[in-house]
Design a protein around this ligand. Sequence first.
Ligand code: ZN
Ligand code: ZN
Length: 376
Amino acid sequence: MKADFYETLGVHKGADEKELKAAFRKLAMQFHPDRNPGDHACEHKFKEIGEAYETLKDPQKRAAYDRFGHAAFENGGMNGGGQGFGASGFADIFEDIFGDMMGGGRQRRSSGGRERGADLRYNMEISLEEAYAGKTAQIHVPASISCTDCSGSGAKPGTQPVTCTTCAGHGKVRASQGFFSIERTCPSCHGRGQTIKDPCSKCAGQGRVTEERSLSVNIPAGIEDGTRIRLANEGEAGLRGGPAGDLYIFLSVKPHEFFQRDGADLYCKVPISMTTAALGGQFEVATLDGTQTRVKVPEGTQNGRQFRLKSKGMPVLRQPNIGDLYIQVAVETPQNLSKRQRELLEEFEQLSSKDNSPQSSGFFTRMKDFFESFGE
Ligand SMILES: [Zn+2]
Ligand SMILES: [Zn+2]
């Protein structure tokens, strides 16, 4: 009898995606085989957790499970035999969750001594203009790649690795101890199943060499700071014919001198003079599409007023929409006045009425009334 998926993860039936993920993460850490080497109960539990999470995180599978229980996934169920949780399928969801934590150094062993190459991380910084337009970037990745001399086999060109005589190519040997038969990694070939008589001189029998590779990476328009791009199989080459790791590009977008970004919208602060604000006027702003847009400042514009320039913001990733650009004006109070300027402003002040500054005139009278109300 299979355990209930919700019970396996220790969550209630209504648990949302976040709760599921948190529960899975916690349990997977606890029962991970790397932490419990040789403990079969843990390994079994680890698989159960993975299966439960794999099912419940998918809304369709979850709905089917809620309705039919485990029967939903037996042969002839929702999608026939497609429910195997093979090592690779499970490793993938594990990577989803733990990719960030494990960093680049994680390696998975597969059978036959072949080893999956390590994942690589590449940090890339682009400008906001580049994030706006998108680009194809050429990157140079120092990575170990499959040795070309021996085609990754590790054997000297012209020779072939030979089947290990100790284990007959199984990579494992069995030994009997009383009632038990114990399986061990073959000591002669270290689990590879093959031995190399004459190692390839270029790679010293490793089957891979370190070289700098040039890769072109497509950065889509509208990409956001902190995005991680995964290039499958572009990481370190596997050992002795094992699969390559993945390459992760961690993208950061440089802060811009004029524009601040919030999702697809851009914000720009533009200082204007007191007289432009009072009398009205206009200015031009350069936008990321390489054009200039005129902004009209109406008479009597207040400090902090925001103008919206539609569709002058950032493109939205893989969508046709474009965000807006918000221009906020900052009215600059004049400094270092000449004698004549001072006279003019003093004269202006004398001519001013309540209508000129409806917010400030009367403000202190109201404040005073408020203060005096305490004495009553
Ligand atoms: Zn080689
Ligand atoms: Zn062997």
